[in-house]
Design a protein around this ligand. Structure first.
Ligand SMILES: Cc1ncnc2c1ncn2[C@@H]1O[C@H](/C=C/CNC(=O)c2cc(-c3ccc(F)cc3)cc(O)c2O)[C@@H](O)[C@H]1O
Ligand SMILES: [Mg+2]
Length: 215
């Protein structure tokens, strides 16, 4: 096919959503992915759980690993008060370009810093480049085998401190067994599994919320 799936998702947003209205962007993507073409957005069901965790944490600085088309970036940013922001990492330049347009369409560009690069390369620069002390919330939704190494890297860089909340997508499907084992068995995390479904399907999936308890 001439266009990519992310390009078709952006077209659906430009056709169906209202500029400056984040909810209409979310609704347009969910409708397209449910009725036209499945895509790996966190989706509406798990997205509502993400919303509730964002509202509970009311974070000032959020880190998202894996922007893709920016669907969860918009979900998170729309709930942030003035002065709060989400830094989202994406190493695929084509996806990053689409996500920038989706985020712009939603009118939330002032609350979002999209960084093009691999998480393993960017995380060590977070403090220096963005003046981040520690993240209040980290949403993990990138390559599943990167969840654990990046969590350890965030710990080593002092970007996870007492009270930081990690929220991980897809802990059942596709699954992140080594990450789950780590956060569930570590005495330094308090973990909770939110049972749900794989986006736009009836398959089981869920989000794991892990609160760092400090050293
Ligand atoms: C180290 C590094 N640094 C920066 N960006 C990175 C990065 N590693 C990946 N990225 C970026 O993040 C997104 C990748 C997301 C990976 N997500 C999934 O694979 C995924 C898959 C499913 C799924 C479930 C059942 C199926 F049958 C098929 C697929 C559902 C999901 O929700 C997923 O998230 C993508 O935009 C990629 O470029
Ligand atoms: Mg996912």
């Amino acid at each position: 096919t001439r266009t990519s799936r992310p390009q078709r998702i952006l077209k659906a947003v430009q056709r169906k959503a209202t500029v400056g209205d984040p909810q209409s962007v979310i609704t347009a993507i969910d409708h397209f992915c449910r009725h036209r073409e499945w895509a790996m957005n966190v989706g509406d069901e798990k997205g509502s759980i993400l919303d509730s965790v964002v509202n509970e944490v009311s974070p000032v600085t959020v880190l998202e690993l894996g922007t893709y088309c920016g669907y969860s970036t918009v979900r998170i940013a729309r709930l942030l008060p003035p002065g709060a922001c989400v830094i989202t990492l994406e190493f695929n330049p084509d996806y990053a370009a689409i996500a920038r347009q989706v985020i712009k369409w939603s009118g939330l560009e002032d609350k979002v810093q999209l960084v093009e690069g691999a998480s393993g390369d960017c995380i060590p620069w977070m403090k220096e480049h963005f003046g981040v002390q520690a993240f209040d919330l980290v949403f993990l939704d990138h390559w599943k085998e990167r969840y654990l190494p990046d969590t350890k890297l965030l710990e080593e860089c002092g970007l996870i401190q007492k009270g930081t909340v990690l929220l991980a997508d897809n802990v059942i499907c596709p699954g992140t067994p080594d990450y789950l084992e780590y956060v569930r068995n570590s005495p330094r995390y308090n973990s909770h599994y939110y049972r749900s479904h794989l986006e736009y399907t009836k398959a089981e999936d869920g989000l794991e919320k892990s609160v760092f308890l400090g050293y």
